[in-house]
Design a protein around this ligand. Structure first.
Ligand SMILES: Nc1ncnc2c1ncn2[C@@H]1O[C@H](COP(=O)(O)OP(=O)(O)OP(=O)(O)O)[C@@H](O)[C@H]1O
Ligand SMILES: [Mg+2]
Length: 293
């Protein structure tokens, strides 16, 4: 079932001199089985939004409904169950490893859910496989001796081991090199396709979101400035610029070329499609093959 947000507001430290309204009147739906990107400038409310989806925070007004249940009504065990169902991976999760053994760190969440040790073992094995962590090589190693990339994989395995239906990730590609980013995005695609996990990714990098997401939510100052398909949102170049977001270089280039050739579609998402747009618009220059250009 989807997650519905109905006119959600959230204020930090209400009724104090430090009162800060982080979200103001958010209404949207996270559909079952989609990969959705959340973007916006710093301080726009993205991390607050994620924490509202899994019940860490509860709206100060409005409702968040997950699988037919309104989060503000949940307490105790029901809240723990919600957090199993909606897994949240914080930014730089590798800083939050605290068990000594890799196995125990990944097993921490499942054990907390009261699963049998047999079920825990199977869940850890599956999560390590998903993250490409060889069990024999890694399970007994000390978390503190791992590289930061390995630590991040262990932290992600810990979230996956709880088998969430929804996986929320806050800036998951921050600090990764190009190869690490590709591996992570491929993992999210696989989780979505093969295990029907609904994935919500917060990122400033629109090219990362364009590579995996079907839809985007754009936050600005606690409100939804834009939402729609990735191409639909990329069609609002000026609005994105006003919010302080930069389109992927490919789309920036197409927008520039569109000034000369209005028939160009600057919202395409792949290199092949972009090449097709350029070739079609500048056909006259391409006639006769590359040597004549
Ligand atoms: N614990 C807190 N107490 C008070 N205000 C907070 C707290 N956490 C966040 N805020 C404020 O709420 C607003 C939204 O913050 P949030 O962290 O959700 O933004 P963000 O879009 O995730 O930003 P970033 O891109 O920098 O991570 C900001 O004005 C921020 O200063
Ligand atoms: Mg944030």
């Amino acid at each position: 079932m989807p997650i519905y947000l109905k006119n959600v507001c959230f204020t930090y430290q209400p009724d104090s001199p430090f009162q800060n309204q982080a979200l103001n009147g958010i209404s949207c739906t996270i559909h079952d089985g989609e990969i959705i990107g959340v973007t916006g400038p710093t301080g726009a409310g993205k991390s607050t939004f994620l924490q509202l989806l899994n019940g860490i925070l509860k709206p100060t007004a409005g409702e968040v409904e997950v699988d037919g249940v309104v989060t503000s009504q949940l307490k105790g065990r029901a809240l723990v169950n919600l957090r199993q169902k909606v897994g949240l991976v914080f930014q730089f999760p590798e800083d939050q490893l605290f068990e000594v053994r890799v196995f125990d760190d990944i097993a921490f969440g499942p054990r907390n859910l009261g699963w049998s040790e047999d079920k825990v073992k199977r869940a850890v094995q599956w999560a390590m496989d998903m993250l490409g962590l060889d069990k024999d090589e890694f399970q007994d190693r000390s978390t503190q001796e791992l590289s930061s990339g390995q630590k991040r994989r262990v932290a992600l395995a810990g979230s996956l081991a709880m088998r969430p239906n929804y996986l929320l990730l806050d800036e998951p590609t921050a600090g990764l090199d190009a190869y690490g980013r590709q591996l992570l995005l491929a993992l999210l695609r696989k989780l979505n396709r093969e295990y029907r996990t609904t994935v919500v990714i917060v990122s400033h990098r629109l090219e990362d979101l364009a590579a995996v997401c079907q839809r985007l939510l754009v936050f600005q100052a606690g409100q939804l400035a834009l939402q729609g398909t990735v191409s639909g949102v990329f069609g609002h170049q000026e609005a994105l610029q006003e919010v302080g977001l930069q389109l992927p270089p490919l789309n920036e280039l197409l927008w520039k070329l569109k000034a000369y050739r209005p028939e160009i579609d600057p919202t395409v998402l792949t290199l092949e499609e972009a090449a097709g747009e350029i070739e079609r618009a500048f056909e006259v220059y391409f006639q006769g093959g590359p040597e004549d250009v």
